[in-house]
Unconditional design. Sequence first.
Length: 551
Amino acid sequence: MKWEGTLEEYVQSIIDRDIPYKTSHERLYLAFKRARRKGLFTKIYGMDYILDEIEKNYLIPASKGYDARKRLLVLVGPPGSGKTSIVRLIKEALMSFSKTDEGAVYRIKDCPLNENPLLALPDDIKEKLKTKVNLDVKGFLSPLNQHRLIEDYDGNWRQIEVERFYISETDRNGIGTFVPSDPYSQEVTDLIGDVNYSTITKYGSVSDPRAYRYDGEFQIANQGLLELHEVFKTRRELMYPFLTLAEEDVYKVARQSMVYTDQVIIGHSNEEDLKDFIQQNTNNALLSRMIFIRVPHNLQLDEEVTLYKSALNEKDLTRLGYLALETLAKAIIMSRLDHHKKGDTLIKRIHNLNQANAFTLNKRDGMFGIEARIAFQVLGRCMSRVGVVSANDLLEELSKLLELDYRLDTASFHWYKDLIKRAEKDYYIQIQTLLENFICKHESKRLDRFVYESLYDREKVESWLNVSDDMYSSLKELIDEQTDDQMSINLLPKEYQKVFKQKLLEEYVEELDVKGDLRKWLQHQFKSYLESKNIKHSNKLVEDLYDTLTR
């Protein structure tokens, strides 16, 4: 709702609680919560725990007025991890919230600094607001609006005109953006504005506040948000204004007194630039005024697959073979995991991370590796062809793209190639498991008999299961108590069951292959099983399976 009135009317509306007043940090926190409820952040994948971190470690304490509000929030992560996307959605959330009654923002009418009109209040009225509505107005009026108060309103604060405005990045209202450019030509005026020399003859002095262009990003972002791209690529001299801006909410304008501002500052950077910045001891003062939040690449398999699906149209989705996207995602996620960490295999870690809380991540996990943009290139190139796109097709295309990537050193390239082979091996294990389950289901009697007969061969059992003498004795006692008809694989521990199923599969496939019936059997018997499971493109899957079984 559009609102205009005098400052006296604005103050009364706040006292009557018709207008809810909020600081920039309070407004952003409420906008953030509202956006999460409405699902705005579902556009980014695998980021829920990072959003929780932003909310818990920055937005909540800052909105309550604690020390966090005096800090720059800096998102740090590798290229393509989603830092820019998070900030973009935060800006969208703030813009949308400013259009609601709860998120309304007010300024002195036609003020180029988007200045909070309450800064013009005398101390007794500020104290009245504090007593009546617990509103503690901090700050002071800018030189420009001090001049306007005297010249335009005869010093009567009650008559100052107030208007509601909507935060808009397009209109440069409440959202400023600073992007480092040529370090030799970029000036601090990009942040704080500059003297308008064409008006000097009109106003008589460069120190007259009217002889100034208030078009810097600090002025634009007042009562809103300032985004800093590639923070640590910014020239050190241009970073100095952020010291007082973060700590005291003020900045210096040339030939004028300090200007008070209320804005949230969010920056983002890659880790290498941050490390370079930290190594320079002269930057300690700036670093102490920052809160860092890591934004690693996504490491959750389901989220990564959903991300890839979002890049494909419905028609191309139907062309994907069995586990195609999952296999590509595994290869890429493995490249993001700290392989120096001892413990589970990379494939097992992927499955654990898909289930577990992501805050159990190793410090290095996700801070390097193949970015999602490469996966999108793989998908785009494969989908430009006709026919079914299998897991092998995607892995082969990924390998080709990596060969063309000039950023990769030799060690990284060979490591990624090894990971692609691991993902391919895991794919074959998955499809062989389908075959194993089919055979074991339809040949259950043969499987039980196979177990019964095999357990009498001590040498075979020890080579298959690597069991101790005591364990073999226990197994021997088990089969001695059973007849051939009574023996069931279900009597064995699950890890042993898996081994016997795999061995039966090998025996079964070898028999079919010797007879020359393996391909025919797969194309008829096994294909029918796949179709009954609603597994698409069974022809392609059968061919992949035949290739791996006959290698």
